[in-house]
Design a protein around this ligand. Structure first.
Ligand SMILES: [Zn+2]
Length: 273
């Protein structure tokens, strides 16, 4: 209710417009896109296409690292590897966009009944979907999308031992590279800082990933001009079940609150060896 009132006020005030036009790199991310929400996703992409330039995930990371961040940019990503991401990738293509699909390879390889897999891999309650197959992922890659690592088995890296975390990160990357030949990007499950450790983040870079993404809200406004390990990507969670004005609220807030600090790891973390 409060969000309703706030988002209505924002669109009336024109603050949205100003926030939308701020030069920045914005990373919205989604999970499954159920069939009856495909049009809502299309509307979301279309709304952004009016005011933003779409970048591939890799180009967006490069833009945050090296600049210039001279206009509003967007790069889409999706977590967990659900089968409905295939249709979502086609919708992106309608607008000349691509996405990075962060998958836990253990889920892709899983033969568990769907409901059991949701529990085994700890996906959000309410989601019940099959994984994409490796051939789906190969096909998406051939159409210009990227496939990223989301740990082997979707584990919360701060809740397991250092060694187990390292295993989850490296084996996830190995499996993706083994099948698809490449895996440049990583996003940790559940996405908040409390679900990650600085040691695990260091492992992400030591295992050959070019970037490490959170699901902490925000946007990137200042290029780093330095080491990729200093960048903690901020991604803004979007759900296609929300009305578009709620999406606009989050887009606006991420834009308004973004600063140089939005590139950084939490204070005291030493991600760089
Ligand atoms: Zn996830």
């Amino acid at each position: 209710m409060a969000l309703d009132a706030l988002s209505t006020w924002r669109s009336v005030s024109g603050r949205d417009r100003e926030a939308f036009e701020r030069p920045r790199v914005y990373f919205p991310y989604l999970h499954d896109v159920p069939e009856d929400e495909e049009n809502a996703f299309r509307a979301f992409v279309e709304m952004l296409s009016d005011s933003h330039t779409f970048l591939s995930y890799s180009d967006a990371i490069d833009r945050v690292l090296n600049g210039p961040i001279d206009k509003p940019y967007v790069a889409f990503s999706f977590d967990d590897g659900f089968a409905s991401n295939i249709a979502a990738s086609r919708i992106l293509e309608e607008y000349g966009a691509t996405g990075c699909f962060f998958v836990p390879p253990g889920f892709i390889d899983s033969k568990l009944p769907t409901a059991d897999a949701m529990r085994e891999f700890g996906f959000s309650p309410g989601t019940c979907e099959e994984p994409m197959t490796w051939s789906d992922l190969e096909d998406m890659k051939s159409r210009g999308h990227e496939i990223g690592n989301h740990t082997l088995n979707h584990r919360t890296l701060s809740s397991i031992s250092e060694e187990q975390a390292s295993d989850e990160i490296s084996r996830g990357a190995d499996r993706i590279r083994g099948v698809l030949g490449e895996c440049r990007h990583f996003a940790w499950p559940r996405g908040q800082f409390k679900h990650m450790t600085d040691i695990a983040a260091r492992t992400v870079f030591e295992t050959g990933h070019d970037s490490c993404a959170s699901a902490e809200r925000g946007a990137h406004v200042q290029p780093l001009h330095s080491d990729p390990q200093l960048l903690c990507v901020r991604r803004d969670h979007i759900m296609t079940s929300w009305p578009l004005r709620h999406d606009k609220y989050f887009i606006g807030r991420a834009s308004e609150t973004a600063s140089g600090q939005s590139n950084a790891w939490p204070h005291g973390w030493s991600v760089r060896p």
